[in-house]
Design a protein around this ligand. Structure first.
Ligand SMILES: Nc1ncnc2c1ncn2[C@@H]1O[C@H](COP(=O)(O)OP(=O)(O)OP(=O)(O)O)[C@@H](O)[C@H]1O
Ligand SMILES: [Mg+2]
Length: 511
C-alpha cells in the first residue's frame, strides 16, 4: 500500500504551550486512522497543520510520498486534503448545495449556474451514499445532515484525504452508525481518513489503526484489531479509568423542582414539549434519556427561561419561576450547563477569567459599588481552573484559544464551582471531554446530589445516564415517560421507551 500522508518531527508552540512535540507518523492510502488523546493533547493542532491552517515551527509533511509546504487551506485542498472541523462552518442562510460548492460554484458566463450546481451536488451525494436534501437551508438541517454536507464539501473539492475532528461528538448513536457506514464506503473507494474521537468504543469499531497522543507527543500507534479500550485508555492517561455504575441509590427528599403540565414550542414553532409533568427531589439525580430531537432540549431550555412556556407552572423550592429571566432563575438557585456551549455557554472572544465569573461579576464579592474586586475575582478564577483542571496558559488568555475540551471544563467549572445551586441542569455535560475531565464533572454532579441538590442529567450517552442516575425518564415525541428507579432491568426499559415502544410505567403520566 502507498503512503497517503505522513508527518515527521512536527513541532508547534503557542505562547506558553508546546502543542505538538516532535510528532511523526504515517498513514496509508485507504486506511482509517483514529487519533485519540486527552483534551489539549494536540490533536486539533496537528490536524490544522495538515490542513494548512497552522504553520509548524519545524518538521515536515509528506503527501503521497512528496514533501509539501502548506501555507493555507488552499494549498491543502489542491493536494487533495479536506477537513471537517470540530465545530461546523456552514453558512446558516445558504442551502446545503450552496454551502457544498461555496467558492467553487459552477459558472455560466460569470453567473452561478444553479441547475448545474444542484445536479453536481446531487451526483456526488449519490456516488458516496451521503444523502442530503440539497435545497434545505443549512440552519434547518439536522446535525447529521450538516455534517454530511461538510464531508461532501470536502469531496467536491477533490479530497482523497479526509480529516474529521470529533465528528461523532454531536451525533446520536444512530447518526454515528450512519456516518460509519459512509466512512467505510469512502475508505473502500480508496479515500484515506483521519478520525479524531474521545469515544474509544467508536474508535475500536471504525479504525484500522489508532494513534494515541498525550501532552503533544505520540505515545504510540497500535493495530486496532489487536487492542482494546483498556489498553487505549491506559496509553492516553497512564492509569485506571472510569466505567460502569458509580452511584448508590439515594434516599430522596422534598421536591426542589416541580414542573406542572408545561408545553413548549421549538424554534420552528412546532410543539416540542407536550403537557409534561416532573418532580425532582433534593438529593436525587434524574437522568433524561431519549433520541435527540424528542423535546428534551426544549424542556430544559424552558426551565432556564430560554424558551417561553405555553401553559403550566415551574416551581423551585415552592416558588414559581416560569417566565422569569434566566438571570432570575439562576438566582433562584438553578445552575445550567448548556449543550451548545459555543452558542450559549461562552464568549469566545472574552478572556478566561471573564467567562469564569460571567454569571456573578455584578455582585459581591466580585464587585463593590461600581468597581471590580480583583483579588476576589483572581482567587475564584484560579481555584476553578485548578479544581476542574482547565489547561490554560493563564487567566488573561482569549477563551477561543483553549482546546475544545478545556472550554467545556471551564463552563462546567463556572456553573458547578460555586456550590450554591439547589437544582443543577446538566445537558450533555461531558460531551467531547476526555476521561479525566469526564470523571471530574461526574464527581461534581454526585457531590451536588449528596449535598441535597436535585440534579437533572441530560445525555445522549446512555451509559452515562445509567452510571449516574437514581431514576430515569425518557422523552419521546414531546412526551415524558418514566422508566422508574435504577435496577438491573433499567436499560431494557429505557431502550423500549426511547424507540416509542410500549411498556414502562408511563400510564399515569400521559394525559
Ligand atoms: N490558537 C491557539 N493559541 C494558543 N494556544 C492554542 C491554540 N490552539 C490550541 N492551543 C493550545 O494547544 C494545546 C493543544 O490544543 P488542541 O486544540 O490541539 O488539543 P486537542 O487535542 O484537540 O484537545 P480537545 O480534545 O480538547 O479538542 C492546548 O493546550 C491549547 O490550549
Ligand atoms: Mg480538538
Amino acid at each position: 500500500m502507498a503512503e497517503a500522508i505522513a508527518v515527521e518531527n512536527i513541532v508547534k508552540t503557542f505562547p506558553g504551550v508546546l502543542a505538538n512535540d516532535k510528532i511523526s507518523f504515517s498513514v496509508e492510502q485507504g486506511e482509517i486512522r483514529a487519533i485519540v488523546g486527552e483534551n489539549g493533547a494536540g490533536k486539533t493542532t496537528l490536524m490544522k497543520i495538515l490542513y494548512g491552517l497552522h504553520k509548524p515551527d519545524s518538521g515536515t509533511v509528506r503527501v503521497k510520498g512528496k514533501e509539501v509546504k502548506l501555507s493555507n487551506a488552499r494549498d491543502a485542498i489542491a493536494l487533495g486534503i479536506g477537513m471537517v472541523h470540530q465545530h461546523f462552518m456552514l453558512v446558516p442562510s445558504f442551502t446545503l448545495a450552496q454551502n457544498i460548492v461555496l467558492g467553487v460554484e459552477p459558472k455560466k458566463s460569470l453567473l452561478v449556474d444553479e441547475e448545474a450546481l444542484e445536479e453536481s451536488v446531487q451526483e456526488i451525494s449519490e456516488k458516496y451514499g451521503l444523502a442530503v436534501n440539497v435545497n434545505k437551508l443549512a440552519m434547518d438541517a439536522s446535525v447529521g445532515e450538516q455534517q454530511r454536507a461538510e464531508i461532501l464539501k470536502a469531496l467536491y473539492r477533490g479530497a482523497d484525504i479526509l480529516i474529521l475532528d470529533e465528528p461523532t461528538a454531536v451525533l446520536t448513536d444512530m447518526e454515528t452508525e450512519d456516518l460509519f457506514v459512509m466512512l467505510r464506503r469512502l475508505a473502500e473507494a480508496g479515500k484515506t481518513i483521519l478520525f479524531i474521537s474521545h469515544k474509544l468504543r467508536e474508535v475500536l469499531a471504525i479504525s484500522d489503526n489508532t494513534t494515541v497522543m498525550r501532552s503533544g507527543k505520540v505515545v504510540g500507534t497500535v493495530k486496532t484489531s489487536e487492542t482494546d479500550d483498556c489498553e487505549l485508555a491506559e496509553m492516553m492517561v497512564g492509569r485506571e479509568t472510569i466505567g460502569g455504575r458509580i452511584r448508590q441509590i439515594a434516599e430522596c427528599g422534598q421536591p426542589v423542582l416541580q414542573v406542572e403540565n408545561i408545553s413548549v414550542l421549538d424554534s420552528r414553532d412546532l410543539m416540542a414539549v407536550r403537557n409534561v409533568n416532573l418532580e425532582l427531589h433534593c438529593g436525587e439525580i434524574l437522568g433524561v434519556g431519549g433520541v435527540d430531537g424528542n423535546g428534551q432540549e426544549e424542556f430544559v431550555e424552558a426551565i432556564m427561561g430560554l424558551r417561553p412556556i405555553l401553559n403550566g407552572r415551574i416551581l423551585v423550592e415552592g416558588n414559581e419561576i416560569q417566565n422569569q429571566s434566566t438571570r432570575e432563575i439562576r438566582e433562584a438557585g438553578v445552575a445550567y450547563i448548556p449543550s451548545d456551549r459555543y452558542r450559549s455557554g461562552i464568549a469566545m472572544e472574552a478572556l478566561v477569567w471573564e467567562n469564569l465569573v460571567a454569571g456573578e461579576y455584578y455582585r459581591p464579592p466580585y464587585s463593590k459599588g461600581f468597581s471590580f474586586v480583583w483579588k476576589e475575582i483572581n482567587e475564584a478564577a484560579d481555584s476553578l481552573v485548578e479544581k476542574f483542571q482547565v489547561s490554560t496558559p493563564g487567566l488573561n488568555v482569549q477563551t477561543g484559544n483553549l482546546s475544545g475540551g478545556n472550554i467545556q471544563r471551564l463552563i462546567a467549572g463556572r456553573e458547578l464551582g460555586s456550590n450554591k445551586a439547589r437544582v443543577v441542569i446538566a445537558s450533555q455535560p461531558t460531551r467531547g471531554i476526555d476521561i479525566a475531565g469526564t470523571e471530574a464533572i461526574r464527581q461534581m454532579l454526585l457531590e451536588y446530589a449528596e449535598r441535597g441538590a436535585g440534579v437533572i442529567l441530560l445525555s445522549a450517552d446512555l451509559d452515562e445516564v445509567l452510571a449516574l442516575s437514581d431514576r430515569v425518564v425518557v422523552f419521546y415525541a414531546g412526551r415524558l415517560y418514566d422508566a422508574g428507579y435504577w435496577d438491573d432491568d433499567i436499560r431494557r426499559r429505557v431502550g423500549q421507551l426511547m424507540t416509542g415502544g410500549e411498556g414502562g410505567c408511563n400510564d399515569e403520566i400521559i394525559p
